[in-house]
Design a protein. Structure first.
Length: 276
C-alpha cells in the first residue's frame, strides 16, 4: 500500500498567450495559483490547477466587412490580428474570439467562471474535445497525449460586448480550475500548455474556430508555457510578453478564411430539383 502523499503544483497559468478570455483584449493581470495536489486513495492522485486574472475586452472591429481587426495588449505589447471571413450565407452574431487551450489528456473536472465589473461570478462555457474545425472539412487535432479546452462567454454576455478599443472595453475578472489524475507513484511534473485565440464563426448552424493568434493551423507550431512548481502566485504576463517579443507567436496578416462551402444545417438535406 502506497503512503499518503501531499504535493503541490502551480496552476494553469495555463493560458499561455491568453487569459484574453475573449475578444480583442487588454490583459491587466494573469497569475498562476497553487491549489492542491492530494492523495485520493491508494493509487490515484488529483492535481488541482487554477488561474486567476482580469482583463478588459471588446468585440473585434469590422471596418469593412468581411475584414475584421482584433487587438490584444499583453505586458505592454500591442498585437493586431487581421482576417477576412468569407461566407455566402452570412455569419451569425458579433465576432468574439474564445481561447482554446491544449491541456494534458488526463485533465478532468473543469470549472471556469467570469465576473463582470460590479457583478457576481457566473459560469463560463467550456467544452473538452480532441479536434475542432477551423473551416468546413478542415479540422485541427490535438497533439498526442493532449486535448482541447474551449472557453467561451454565454451568448447573453457576448451580445453586451461592443466594438471599441480593448483598453476602454468591458472589464472582467475570471477564474479557471481543473483537476488531473495520475498514479500516486509518479512524480508531479510542471504543467505545459498551449493556447490559441480564435474567431468563433457560426455559419448555417455550424460553429468553426478560425485561428487568430497565433495564426497557425497546428498546435505543434505554438510554443508551450511550462509552469514551475511553486507555492506562490506567479505573474505570467512577463513570460507571455517575452514569447511575443521573441517572435515566437505571430498574429494573422489579412488571412482569408472561407466558409462558402459550409454544409447545410444538421438534419437538413437539400434534394436536387428534378424537372419533368
Amino acid at each position: 500500500m502506497l503512503p499518503c502523499k501531499i504535493r503541490s503544483i502551480v496552476s494553469a497559468g495555463l493560458l499561455s498567450l491568453a487569459a484574453l478570455l475573449l475578444t480583442g483584449c487588454f490583459l491587466h493581470g494573469l497569475f498562476g495559483n497553487t491549489i492542491i495536489v492530494d492523495n485520493l486513495g491508494d493509487e490515484i492522485t488529483e492535481i488541482v490547477n487554477a488561474i486567476i486574472g482580469n482583463s478588459t475586452v471588446a468585440v473585434c472591429r469590422s471596418p469593412d466587412a468581411p475584414r475584421y481587426d482584433c487587438t490584444y495588449i499583453v505586458d505592454g505589447e500591442e498585437i493586431s490580428s487581421t482576417v477576412y471571413l468569407v461566407s455566402e450565407f452570412g455569419l451569425a452574431g458579433v465576432l468574439i474570439d474564445p481561447v482554446i487551450l491544449q491541456v494534458p489528456a488526463n485533465v478532468i473536472s473543469v470549472t471556469a467562471t467570469f465576473t463582470p465589473a460590479g457583478g457576481s461570478g457566473q459560469p463560463a462555457i467550456t467544452s473538452m474535445r480532441q479536434t475542432f474545425e477551423m473551416q468546413p472539412y478542415k479540422p485541427i487535432t490535438a497533439e498526442v497525449g493532449t486535448q482541447f479546452l474551449i472557453m467561451d462567454f454565454p451568448d447573453s454576455v457576448a451580445s453586451t460586448i461592443t466594438a471599441t478599443n480593448p483598453i476602454s472595453g468591458l472589464h472582467f475578472d475570471f477564474a479557471l480550475s481543473f483537476a488531473q489524475r495520475q498514479p500516486i507513484s509518479q512524480t508531479v511534473e510542471p504543467v505545459s500548455v498551449k493556447a490559441m485565440l480564435t474567431a468563433k464563426v457560426v455559419s448555417r448552424g455550424h460553429t468553426y474556430y478560425a485561428p487568430l493568434f497565433p495564426c497557425v493551423t497546428s498546435f505543434a507550431d505554438i510554443p508551450s508555457l511550462t509552469l514551475p512548481l511553486t507555492e506562490t502566485l506567479v505573474n505570467l504576463q512577463t513570460s507571455i510578453g517575452d514569447v511575443i517579443r521573441q517572435g515566437g507567436v505571430l498574429p494573422c496578416n489579412n488571412k482569408v478564411y472561407n466558409y462558402v462551402n459550409t454544409p447545410p444545417p444538421d438534419r437538413l438535406i437539400f434534394l436536387p430539383l428534378i424537372l419533368r
